[in-house]
Design a protein. Structure first.
Lengths: 264, 316
């Protein structure tokens, strides 16, 4: 089953997901679905539960109730590396690279996902091991070219400028060959021209056939690039629709301007 | 203080120090790699080493050799050495894997606090050494005379024996192989990824438990090789052979910068040299005092050890 090519099919379904930390309700019966090939925006004021929602989807948190299905199969309870291998990749709100590795090596860690040779296999099947090593390197280089930082491949990642690190993180996530890429505030700290370049990159990623889930504070970017938007506030979904619909929704305006919901 | 004796025997002390230090270095790799990935001091690593020594002695026993045997022919010695190294490395590697699966993995699954791991490590160490102690009636098992120490190089009044060359040479080869493995291969990349950021490693599809198993296995293999070197140098082993040497190897790891592979080599050699110069200067009974004073002084000025901590920095 390859739903990536089957445009319009449901790729990910978040179904009545609730997550409590002690008495705090971080997510409260959140429902939404993503279609293959779309760019979905997940927005909301600070603390609305956007990143928490990401963390449930990528297996970092286990929800108190509800289910998440990816390509029709339940995700909850699977190990994080298995979820990644099944086709969900992500970047972090605060860049989290492997600081002492070169940029290329960072991306190769993502590309290594498809390699099959085990520890013992590496001892007995040396030629295949090196073939996979070369394939990882080629894949990593391709991804670095795609995000436009191939010239920084040999530099240790902690020494790279912030904008390059952000792109590097995207390249690393893409190297895992995801069906769904989750970007957590990729434009944070970017100037307008960097944001414009990012917008182009997100579209190019979608054009590769990767479905994109975008958490972003910059409304202009979100409105411009997404096909569909889900709005969270205090862990609840308060609105959903096209950018035009969401922009006009009184509850969304209230949430962002701080007007009490019942007064809106 | 015997400055005269130090200068007189400087070459000799250097050579024995390097040979001793090479054993510490290989032994220290297990501590440093596990720490780099898990931030855990695996105190049972000393017993992994000890199991390696017995595996080699038993293997030689299977060939019908004991301490009273005559020295076999050169070809037979090479085969026996190979068999001994393989058996010790394999036994120690498997022992290390068992320790990880039985003692640590269940605790990780339950998110136990770090102190619990420490107590478990001490417990696992005691269980293994006591089990071997009971099994061997706490006797010394001696090694057949595979290599008679003989001087192969003579510089001035410094003589270098065949065993010393074998130990230092093999240790350096193993260090280079391991360094390339961690620095240049996919499996090594996985190890560094988990050491530098376990969460993002998992989200990039790295199987953390596989990496941890690999680290314990590799550390065990290296300890097994160190175990045979120790046998060739000392001539025998006992159920508690790992204890004192384990403390020294752990010291070497901290001295070089725990979590850092090249640090283990540097720390091991520095410790071996310091011990021997110390004994030359103050007398043999001061050997350990000198070693630990060195540790304290270096950590005062470089709290993260000579090369610093990160597994990532262990690569070129």
């Amino acid at each position: 089953m390859n739903s990536r090519t089957a445009d319009g099919r449901q790729l990910l379904e978040v179904d009545n997901v609730t997550l409590r930390f002690g008495g705090l309700v971080a997510l409260d019966e959140v429902n939404f679905a993503m279609r293959t090939g779309e760019i979905l925006g997940l927005i909301g004021p600070n603390g609305a539960g956007k990143t928490t929602c990401f963390n449930v989807m990528t297996g970092m948190y286990r929800p108190t109730a509800g289910t998440v299905r990816f390509q029709g199969r339940p995700l909850i309870g699977r190990k994080r590396h298995e979820i990644t291998r099944s086709g969900i990749a992500r970047t972090f709100q605060n860049v989290r690279l492997f600081p002492e590795m070169t940029a290329l090596e960072n991306v190769m860690v993502g590309a290594d996902i498809r390699d099959r040779t085990s520890v013992l296999g590496a001892l007995f099947r040396v030629p295949r091991y090196w073939r996979e090593e070369r394939a990882s390197r080629a894949k990593a280089m391709e991804m670095m070219e795609f995000v436009g930082i191939a010239d920084r491949a040999g530099e240790v990642s902690r020494n790279l400028p912030y904008g390059v690190q952000r792109r590097l993180e995207i390249a690393r996530a893409l190297a895992t060959d995801p069906a769904l890429l989750c970007l957590d505030e990729p434009a944070a700290g970017f100037n307008p021209s960097e944001k414009a370049a990012l917008l182009q990159l997100i579209r190019a990623i979608r054009d590769r056939g990767v479905t994109v889930l975008l958490i972003e504070h910059d409304m202009r970017l979100v409105m411009e690039v997404t096909d569909h938007i889900v709005v969270l506030e205090f862990g609840k979904k308060i609105a959903e629709g096209s950018p035009a619909e969401v922009r006009e929704d009184p509850r969304v305006i209230a949430a962002y301007l701080g007007v009490p919901t019942d007064a809106a | 203080m015997h400055f005269h004796s130090l200068f007189q025997n400087f070459g000799e002390l250097t050579v024995t120090g390097l040979a001793q230090g090479a054993i510490y270095a290989l032994f220290a790799l297990g501590y440093t790699m596990v720490y780099g990935v898990l931030r855990l001091i695996n105190f049972a690593h000393s017993e992994v080493f000890m199991v390696g020594t017995f595996a080699a002695v038993l293997t030689w026993g299977l060939f019908g050799l004991d301490q009273d045997s005559a020295t076999p022919s050169v070809g037979a010695v090479l085969l026996l050495l190979l068999a001994g190294f393989l058996a010790a490395a394999l036994a120690a590697g498997i022992m290390a894997l068992i320790v990880e699966m039985v003692a640590y993995r269940p605790l990780r699954r339950r998110n136990a606090p770090p102190l619990v791991f420490l107590i478990t490590a001490i417990g696992a160490s005691t269980v293994i050494s006591e089990a071997v102690g009971i099994g061997t009636h706490r006797n010394v098992s001696s090694v057949p005379p595979l290599i008679r120490p003989s001087t192969v190089v003579q510089i001035g009044n410094t003589s270098v024996t065949n065993i010393q060359i074998l130990i230092v040479g093999l240790a350096l080869v193993m260090m280079v192989v391991l360094d390339l493995f961690i620095g240049k291969t996919r499996l090594g990349r996985g190890v560094r990824a988990v050491a530098q950021d376990p969460d993002s490693a998992a989200l990039m599809g790295v199987n953390k438990n596989r990496v941890i198993s690999l680290v314990f296995l590799t550390g065990g293999l290296m300890a097994g090789i160190a175990a045979v070197m120790y046998l060739l140098k000392i001539g025998g082993t006992r159920y508690d052979a790992g204890f004192h040497l384990g403390i020294k190897a752990f010291t070497a790891a901290v001295l070089g910068g725990i979590g850092n592979l090249r640090g283990a080599l540097l720390g091991g050699l520095a410790l071996g040299l310091a011990e021997n110069y110390g004994s030359g200067l103050f007398g043999t009974q001061w050997r350990d005092v000198v070693a630990f004073v060195l540790l304290v002084v270096i950590l005062l000025f470089r709290p993260t050890g000579i090369l610093g901590e990160s597994m990532g920095r262990a690569r070129a």
